[in-house]
Structures are given as structure tokens and as C-alpha cells.
Design a protein around this ligand. Sequence first.
Ligand SMILES: [Zn+2]
Length: 441
Amino acid sequence: MSALPNETLDELSRVFSSANATFSHLAMTSNLNPKSDFKSANLSEVDFRGSDLRGYDFSNSDLTNTNWEDAIYDHTTVLNGADLSGAIALKIPKRGPGQSAQNSTFHEHFAASQHIDATGPIDCQFMFAKEQLTLAKPCTLDGIGLHKGTLVHLTLRPAAADTGIIFRRTDLETKDRAITDIQARYDNVTDATMCTTIGNAAGSKVAAIEHLMAALAAYGISNLIAEVDAEEVPVMDGSSDAFVQMIASCGLSGCGKPRRAIRILEGIEIEDGLRRGSLTPLNGFGLNLSIDFDNQVIGHQKIEIASDQEGWFSELSAARTFGFLKDIEMLRSLGLAQGATLENAVVLDGEDILNDGGLRSPDEFIRHKALDAIGDLSLLGMPIVGQYSSTRPGHAFNNQVLYALMANPSCFEYIDLPDLPEDQFVKIRPNRNLIIEQLIA
Ligand SMILES: [Zn+2]
């Protein structure tokens, strides 16, 4: 990304390697020209806190993961074309008198960074937030990856409006975004046999994204950079709980642009062997799922849940992934599931649950299927206003449903959520109506 002459680059790196001084101070004590030397420069991770940035031209620079807290800038600060993904700006000065809208491109990036508390119940106000949301600040989590069994660092960073959810591989020996970045979209799914894996044209992949995606969808987060230094997201306890806690501890922030949704207008059905699924119109988002296992512990389980039920996502977020001991042993012999332990999955040996403490609820299995479905369906890149029903859902099938939907444009419409008529907008029902059936075969 750099178009700077080598001497200038040398000076920049010398300047920024000096510790404990603001960007302005360092830049002013150097011989750099604010108007010309910072164009198309790699300034990622630079600390701009408190710096006076009036008169600087950062056009087309890499400003990812910079900290702009209390920085001063106005219409003379040029941010045209700069990549500001992951930039932190907690206190943004209001647009001052005499600033022209054309020049105030920072306004687009930072217009509405108002903190939204995310510690209460997760309800449709988040999932169908009318404004695009991101995290209020970055946060980090470490955990083991299920398949490789190695430690993975996950960092969630705020991102500007219309970024979408991007997974970024920080362990690759390049900063070329075409190689490191993978957009979380249904048509980037490269494998859905064990978990949901996405990949890009360069062949970079990130596996096991679905439990994090489910938490992001429930919180209505449209824009985010999820950095991982491995080929998979940490599995944590096999549920979405750690990701929910992570988001709740950071809070949310508006991105200043309306949010879009896909509203189902006409039912669409698909089947694949014994699996069945449909998307049908509904005010809000609902799930109606069932599974049948030839196993007495799991048996037939069914769940009906909708985003307008108070605390709906809390019913699902703690449900863990599950597997059978014989399958895990087989996967291990193939070099997979190296990180699988009783700490991150419900493991069944025939009719016995091997985990101390057993299940978190008798229907933990179908609750987890619902969690997976929310994560997988979120790969549309926007919420669905409609109901997903399925018997025997799975990652690959959920993905097929999205392909089927997008192949039938007469069955849905795109709608800006602020334009959804008030009488069609979902309200929270105070009385939860979670219907659970567990029939032991
Ligand atoms: Zn899962």
C-alpha cells in the first residue's frame, strides 16, 4: 500500500519506534510533510490518541487498528480512501463550523459511535437494530481450536459501516488483504461437514465460525473484523457463551447507516435425502427445528423459538456441540478433532454421557442445532425476516437453504429496517413461549 520514497519510510519507522510520544509530537519533530508524506502510507496500529491531526492528508493510507481517541481533526484532515477498519474512536469531536461535508469523510466512518449497553437480555431490538452496529471497542479471547488442538488468539475489532463480518488471518506472512481476509458469506463456505468453514480465492480458510457468527447475529452486529492467528476459531466450551460475554463486556456502537434485511415474501422449501427445510414469512425471526437420533439420550427433539421472545437467545447460547466417542476416535486417527475434550463438547458413548455434570438441559442437542442454524443463516450478511423450519438440519443443509433462497428472488425482498412499517416490526413478547418436546424413543 505504500507509495512513499524509501528515505521517508525509514524516517517514519524511526519516528514510530520511539516510545511514549504522541503521533503529532513525533511527526512534528521529524521532517515529514503532513500534506504529502502520509498519503498511501502503512500506518496500521499507530496510536493517534490526543494528536492534533488538522492539516494531515491520510488519503489511501492503511489506518487499520489505529486509536483515534481524543484526536483532533476537522475538514483539513483528509481520510479519503483510507482503510479505517478496526479504528477506535471513543470521543469524536462534532463537526465544527465551516467544515464542508465533502471533506469530512471521517464523518462517514465515525458519525455515530454512541455506546450501546449490551449487558441486558439479547432480544429482537439487537437482531433487528435499525442502524448497522459494531463493537464499541476491540476485545481478545484465547482458546484451543477443536481440530488442530493448538492455542488460538481471537481479536474482535470494530469496523466501519458496510464492512460486513470479515475474518482476518494474522498468522499468514503477508498483509495482503486479498490473502488474509475472508468475508463471512454463504457463498464463501468451502466445507460444512463437521463445522462451517469459509475460504477466499487465495485459498486462506477459517473453520468453526458458526458459534461466533450466532452470537454476532443475535446482537445484530453488521460490521466487524475477527482476527485469528490459526485456521480456526477457538472452540471455548463448545457453545456461544464465551462470545456473548465478550460482546456484552465491550458494548455496541452505531455505524451511522441503516441496516438491511431480507424479508421472506413467499414460502420456499428444500429437501435433501431425509433432511427437509423451509423459509416462510414471519414478523421477526423464528426457528422451528427437530432432530431424530436412533439413540435414547437424544431421541426426537423439537424446538420452536422466535426473536420476539424475551431473552430468546439465552435459551440457546449455552448449548454445547455434541459428538459420539467412536466418531471422535475415528477423527483423531485422521488427525482431526485433536482439541476435542469433555471441556468443549458433550460426548456420548452409546447411551452414556461422559461429561461430569451431564447435560445443561435435556434438550441441549436441539438447542445447539438452533444455535448452529442462527450462525449459518447469518452468512446471508443480513438478518432474515422470516421463519426457518427444518427436520434434521445441519451445516451443509443450512447452507443449501441459503443458496436455494438466493436462487429464487421472487420469494424475498431487500428492505432497509428503518423502512419496515411499524405495525410489522417485531415487539418483544414478555411471556416466553419456548416449546420443548423430548420424546424418548
Ligand atoms: Zn455447533
